[in-house]
Write a protein of this length. Structure first.
Ligand code: ZN
Length: 194
């Protein structure tokens, strides 16, 4: 199991190593991308093959990822098994060049937003910056309040949702964080509660 110490780079984007001779701090700014099976045998939530794991096996397996680590993962997406028909479908999806263009436009918006500050992208925002750059209207606030209460979200999750919704709005080319962007950010929160 990953210990709380291994969370430091995710939170502070630095890693400190302490030895008897002293301690050293290194920059550690990275994007964590990880995947795991939903249960020990991998068939949990598979519509075609029954999962034969016991409930306690599934819980024990999923708990190998600690709550504090899970709380720092902004986007959790369940990837269902791909059916043969879809795999063999030769229709082309959205080309990478188009996606790239969208990402570059969102990045440009962020450069302009943070010009003259020490911030580069939305992820760099602290609580004060979030208040300044992520204004939410009354409908959005209502949505956040419901999510916080029903999903028992931590203050950290609240800030992370706002930053992610800011990015989703940027990708859509929207100046304001509309409720649908907040709703999308909320539904990416890890399912297992911390
Ligand atoms: Zn299973």
């Amino acid at each position: 199991m990953l210990s709380v110490d291994s969370i430091q780079p995710l939170e502070d984007k630095i890693v400190s190593i302490s030895r008897s001779a002293g301690s050293l701090t290194y920059p550690a700014n990275f994007t964590l991308v990880a995947s795991m099976d939903p249960c020990p045998r991998g068939f949990y939530s598979n519509p075609e093959k029954e999962c034969t794991c016991s409930a306690s096996m599934v819980t024990r397996y999923q708990k190998r990822i600690s709550g504090p680590l899970l709380d720092r993962i902004d986007i959790q997406v369940e990837v269902p098994r791909i059916e043969f028909e879809k795999l063999s479908d030769d229709r082309a999806g959205e080309p990478s060049a188009v996606v790239r263009e969208r990402v570059e436009t969102a990045r440009k918006l962020q450069r302009e937003r943070f010009a003259g500050t020490s911030l580069h992208t939305n992820t760099d925002m602290g609580a004060g910056d979030i208040q300044k750059y992520c204004p939410v209207d009354a409908a959005g606030r209502g949505l956040l309040k419901t999510a916080m209460t029903q999903l028992h979200l931590s203050p950290r999750a609240y800030h992370r949702i706002l930053k992610l919704a800011r990015t989703i709005a940027d990708l859509a080319g929207s100046e304001t964080i509309e409720p649908p962007y907040l709703a999308e950010a909320i539904q990416y929160r890890p399912r297992r509660q911390v």
